[in-house]
Write a protein that binds this ligand. Structure first.
Ligand SMILES: Nc1ncnc2c1ncn2[C@@H]1O[C@H](COP(=O)(O)OP(=O)(O)OP(=O)(O)O)[C@@H](O)[C@H]1O
Ligand SMILES: [Mg+2]
Length: 274
């Protein structure tokens, strides 16, 4: 069984209008999945269904063998699926960084000695060890969001869900957060599910899932997904910048090995221009 199994899940807030419709998804340990979809398509609702914050009306969500329908599994699921939201200011609870990071493990009854180790681990994983005694409100947006991630990491989650966690950050802050998340995925094998509006954040994912009106409309590698330009535009989504460049280069008669270029390929294609 995969680490996260979403089986035929439907959900509505008002028991009338389904906002998630018969979604099926299997996520393997170590995968990096990007989720894209227009405003109101159901991405955040899906994130809440992944960690049991919302329960499916129909279907099943199983995390590492634990069902969200089983009341006794609630703790186990919360420990395994950490969700980081958009606004870091709404996620930081304490007035000192280390207390903030300790909040989650304390609530889960982790022994005192181990909490210290977890703070060290989590702050070092996000490169914020030096800010252990700092006041969160004085940090930059990127730093605050890294502390929010550390707070989730202190629970040692197997799955990190990022719900537009870079949306309120400037480019520098976005890069800081993305670098941390990539490192966690590559080095610590943390499974990542990243909901984003930034198409450039999608290019390096193992798999992209396109949500449209509560359904999985497309699923595939970034290259497979963005090759379907008109379909993507039809779902109200942008193409990554590199895909626009590729389109323009093709129009100029430059032959390319793919419609989606990574940075190296893009540089090569531009250098080949006469
Ligand atoms: N707490 C709620 N109560 C009632 N309806 C809600 C609630 N939260 C979301 N919805 C509705 O559910 C649908 C899906 O919303 P959701 O927030 O999951 O979409 P989203 O893809 O995350 O959107 P965005 O891109 O704006 O973040 C929308 O129609 C939204 O209005
Ligand atoms: Mg959302």
């Amino acid at each position: 069984m995969a680490l996260l199994e979403v089986q035929n899940v439907s959900f509505s807030y008002d028991k009338l209008n389904k906002v998630i419709k018969n979604v099926c998804l299997s996520v393997e340990e170590g995968e990096y999945i990007a989720v894209i979809g227009h405003n109101g398509s159901g991405k955040s609702t899906l994130a809440k269904l992944f960690n049991g914050l919302q329960k499916p009306d129909e279907g099943e969500v199983i995390v590492d063998g634990f069902s969200v329908h089983d009341k006794k599994s609630e703790f186990e699921i919360r420990k395994r699926v950490g969700v980081v939201f958009q606004n870091p200011d709404n996620q930081l609870v304490a007035s000192i960084v280390e207390d903030d990071v300790a909040f989650g493990p304390e609530n889960l009854g982790v022994p005192r000695k181990e909490i210290g180790e977890r703070i060290n681990f989590a702050l070092s994983a996000v490169g914020m060890e030096k800010f252990r005694h700092a006041t969160p409100t004085r940090l930059s947006g990127g730093q605050k969001q890294r502390i929010a991630i550390a707070g989730v990491l202190a629970l040692k989650p197997k799955i990190l869900v990022l719900d537009e966690s870079t949306a309120m950050l400037d480019p520098k802050g976005r890069k800081e957060v993305l670098d941390v998340v990539n490192k966690l995925n590559k080095e610590q094998k943390v499974t990542v599910i990243a909901i984003t509006h930034y198409m450039e954040e999608v290019i390096d994912a193992d798999r992209v899932i396109v949500i449209n009106d509560g359904e999985i409309a497309l699923s595939g590698t970034p290259r497979e997904i963005f090759a379907q330009k008109d379909v993507i535009k039809g779902y109200g989504l942008e193409l990554p910048f590199s895909a626009y460049i590729a389109e323009k280069l093709k129009q100029k008669g430059v032959s390319l090995k793919s419609d989606i270029l990574d940075q190296t390929e893009l540089a090569e294609a531009l250098c080949a221009l006469k």
